[in-house]
Design a protein around this ligand. Sequence first.
Ligand SMILES: C[S@@+](CC[C@H](N)C(=O)[O-])C[C@H]1O[C@@H](n2cnc3c(N)ncnc32)[C@H](O)[C@@H]1O
Length: 179
Amino acid sequence: MLEADDFETAKLAMVSFNKEHDIGKQYLVDHLYNHVRSANKIIVGGGWTGVLANKLQIRYKCHVLNLDSDQRWIDLGCKIFPNVQFKCQNNWEFDGKCDIWASTSCEHYDRHELVFEMQKRKGTVFALQSNNWYGWPTHINCSDSLADFIEYLPLNNIYYTGEHPIYREKYKRFTVIGS
Ligand SMILES: C[S@@+](CC[C@H](N)C(=O)[O-])C[C@H]1O[C@@H](n2cnc3c(N)ncnc32)[C@H](O)[C@@H]1O
């Protein structure tokens, strides 16, 4: 758990539960559910404290695994969302199968690693979000536009694409769902 004086971690954790993030993740779950009605196993990559994983578990009532490479978020998330399985692991080193692979952290990933993972998981449904917020140090893979995001994703069937404004319309969050 957190050290009592670890305010930075506490502040970051609070951000993961804020309204903006809640809305963005609900948007992904709602659009995904319009196209995919059932799943047995869902993996959430770079799932942070598990807000998306929890929403997916409630909607699909199935086994949802939240992967994150940062132990702090795993320790917190598993206390808050006992309905979700949490595992501290790099997404790209986890080979377990799933019906849906979801992530709202695409702006944080090495693009080639994400594309390789998608190619490895051919036939899986992907529910993904990225953004055009270039200014944050760990945002190494932003996209200029929704078209730019779609372009690099190796999907054969696209079920949904959309965008919505974030941070008082300063940036945009892009959503792509497909297989
Ligand atoms: C800041 S958070 C989430 C940001 C995202 N916009 C959102 O709202 O969900 C990004 C998370 O991705 C995790 N992450 C980044 N690369 C990862 C990887 N290769 N495997 C697992 N987790 C990863 C980080 O540890 C971090 O918790």
